[in-house]
Ligand binder design. Structure first.
Ligand code: ZN
Length: 253
């Protein structure tokens, strides 16, 4: 079985994901240092305790996630939940690699292109800071209204989305950004979208959607962000010959 050096993997991913290009609210790259040699990498959306336990069970050398640790503004003390998570990683000498915005934005491996492929959306533009918002059209002539799109999303993601707006509005240009990107709705409106898809929704989002006449589809934070780490893990496995396993720890939000 092939292996890769931990720091070489970090350098390889920093280059591939153009990490230095993004202003983010967490460190991107190696967040917790484990053993030098990596043969098996386990990926998941979030570095929660259940994912760490599964990685230990699978004898992983490293974990690759979209949501890691050390977010701006969080309590810096290593107590409670953070203590339990770090203790488990350090005890088993497992490295944690986390890629947040760089993994949303990547044109081939990212969450947004992954969501587009899953839903059959044809991208033709980007908007917002770091070009994190995407624009395009549905590659499916059967999708005529917002109600059609909502049903399509439900089938493809396995989760019923929340539609804000008239279900009968004709489907035009589509904007999307995975995760908690509800605050990009105004930019999606300015970009000429008929509907904006994201993971989460907030109370004010509803009013902006209603008052602008642009529909909003809240499709699930977790449900829209399962693509990036899977693509990246498969890419690493193909390029470097190491083993990759994706573990989905379900989250209804
Ligand atoms: Zn997210």
């Amino acid at each position: 079985m092939k292996s890769v050096n931990r720091d070489e993997l970090g350098q390889f991913l920093a280059k591939e994901l153009q990490v230095s290009y993004f202003r983010d609210y967490c460190p991107n790259g190696l967040q917790v240092e484990g053993r030098d040699t990596i043969k098996h990498i386990v990926s998941g959306v979030t570095a929660n305790l259940a994912l760490l336990e599964k990685a230990v069970e699978l004898q992983a050398d490293a974990i690759l996630v979209h949501h890691g640790y050390f977010w701006r503004g969080e309590d810096m003390r290593v107590i409670g939940q953070k203590h339990r998570r770090l203790k488990l990683l350090l005890k088993h000498d497992i490295s944690l690699f986390a890629y947040h915005l760089p993994l949303d934005g990547h044109a081939e491996l990212g969450n947004n292109i992954g969501l587009a492929r899953c839903l059959g959306l044809l991208p033709d533009g980007r908007f917002g800071e770091n070009d994190l918002g995407w624009l395009g059209w549905a590659d499916n002539v059967q999708l005529n209204t917002m109600a059609d799109l909502a049903l399509h999303v439900e089938h493809k993601l396995g989760r019923k989305p929340l539609l804000i707006g008239d279900p009968a509005i004709p489907l035009g240009r589509i904007a999307w950004c995975t995760g908690a990107a509800q605050n990009m709705l105004d930019q999606a409106i300015a970009a000429g979208a008929s509907v904006y898809l994201s993971g989460e929704i907030s109370e004010p989002t509803v009013h902006l959607a209603r008052e602008s006449g642009v529909a909003y589809l809240a499709c699930g934070h977790h449900a829209t962000e399962r693509f990036g780490v899977q693509s990246l893990g498969n890419f690493i496995a193909a390029k470097l010959g190491i083993t990759h396993s994706f573990v989905d720890i379900d989250n209804p939000v």
